[in-house]
Design a protein around this ligand. Structure first.
Ligand code: NAI
Length: 335
């Protein structure tokens, strides 16, 4: 059966890693059909708007999108289109696996296998109540955490653990200081955890979590946490296993899901053909899992691992001299 997916080529290195990823997917002959849609600066240039209605309609219709990174200006300018997409489709679960890979110059070439499940629709990132006084001296932001939002993300993490045979959940919080927001999240997490007695659950304050991750990452299995902490922790986890070029992420809701790389548009290397395509390729593997094709997802991951092991096409971030497309062709040749 043909499955149509919305494809967003994105900004910066986005088009390069998307072409590479689609080359790999095409080699697998999975019957995927691509419906191209624009978002971000590319959409602004073509259509005069950052998130055209046609893009939203395409994702709604197909329920699945593969997306390259989009630019968000720092400290000023327009708000994140990624956040807008997550809110529009209520993509409440951000799932970011970080697993040790061979030949990645990482601090932990083995022993790390962590999935961060990050709440994606609440907390500091939503920008509610964001304001700054006219004199520029005082800025405010509201952080909203709800029982409903907390319960569904913690439940998602436990269900994921159950489904994938994972044994332990760490609830990461800062309820000692943020007593209302993080406190509510933790309270609800404890209630949900009690309903999954077969899965071990522990609690950890976010600052200690960062230290523990750097010192002894093998103690973690699944981490569940709120939006801001999850964003930071998942990048930390990516750093443990070889960098952002290897870290995929899924944004999952009830009616739609968007699969991507954790990294951004990498303006420093955009247009040079030097970007590592693995993160988006591994995001495509998450997409295949979601589409009920776990064997194909594993086939793709195995091809990535075999290519890293062979070291014959690595991009400069992994210490190689290869380029984006030759890396993709090397992965495709091992499928
Ligand atoms: P970044 O992730 O784009 O780059 C950080 C560093 O990692 C750079 O040195 C870059 O060259 C390197 N890097 C990233 N991806 C790589 C890859 N595939 N291969 C090799 N090296 C890679 O983060 P930065 O510079 O903070 O953000 C740039 C832009 O990306 C900003 O506008 C930001 O808002 C946006 N961004 C978008 C995201 C998304 O669309 N999901 C996520 C994160 C950032």
């Amino acid at each position: 059966m043909t499955q149509t997916i919305t494809v967003i080529r994105g900004d910066g290195i986005g088009p390069e890693i998307m072409d590479a990823t689609l080359h790999v997917l095409d080699t697998m002959q999975l019957g995927l059909k691509y419906e191209y849609a624009d978002a971000g600066l590319a959409a602004m240039e073509k259509h005069g708007e950052l998130l055209p209605a046609a893009t939203l309609e395409s994702i709604r219709r197909n329920a699945i999108a593969l997306k390259s990174p989009l630019t968000t200006p720092v400290g000023e300018g327009f708000s994140s289109i990624n956040v807008a997409l997550r809110r529009h489709f209520d993509l409440y679960a951000n799932v970011r696996p970080a697993k040790s890979f061979p030949n990645t110059k990482s601090r932990f070439p083995s022993g790390v296998d962590i999935v961060t499940v990050r709440e994606n629709t609440e907390g500091a990132y939503i920008g509610e109540g964001q304001s700054i006084t006219e004199d520029g001296e005082t800025a405010t932001l509201m952080q909203k955490v709800t029982r409903k939002g907390s319960e569904r993300i913690v439940r998602y993490a436990f269900d994921l653990a159950r489904r994938t045979g994972r044994k332990k959940i760490t609830v990461v919080h800062k309820a000692n200081i943020l007593k209302t927001t993080s406190g509510l999240f933790l309270k609800v997490a404890r209630e949900v955890a009690a309903q999954y007695p077969e899965i071990e659950c522990n609690e950890m304050i976010v600052d200690n979590t960062c230290m523990q991750l750097v010192i002894r990452p093998e103690q973690f299995d699944v981490i569940v946490t709120t939006n801001l902490f999850g964003d930071i922790i998942s990048d930390l986890c990516a750093g443990l296993v070889g960098g952002l070029g290897l870290a995929p992420g899924a944004n999952i809701g009830v009616d739609a899901a968007i699969f991507e790389a954790v990294h951004g548009t990498a303006p420093d290397i955009a247009g040079k053909g030097l970007a590592n395509p693995c993160a988006l390729v591994l995001g495509a593997a998450q997409m295949l899992d979601h589409l009920g094709k776990p064997d194909q997802a594993q086939r793709l991951r195995d091809a990535v691992i075999a290519t890293l092991e062979a070291k014959d096409a690595l991009t400069p971030d992994l210490g190689g001299e290869g380029d984006t497309m030759s890396f993709a062709r090397a992965i495709a040749s091992r499928l």
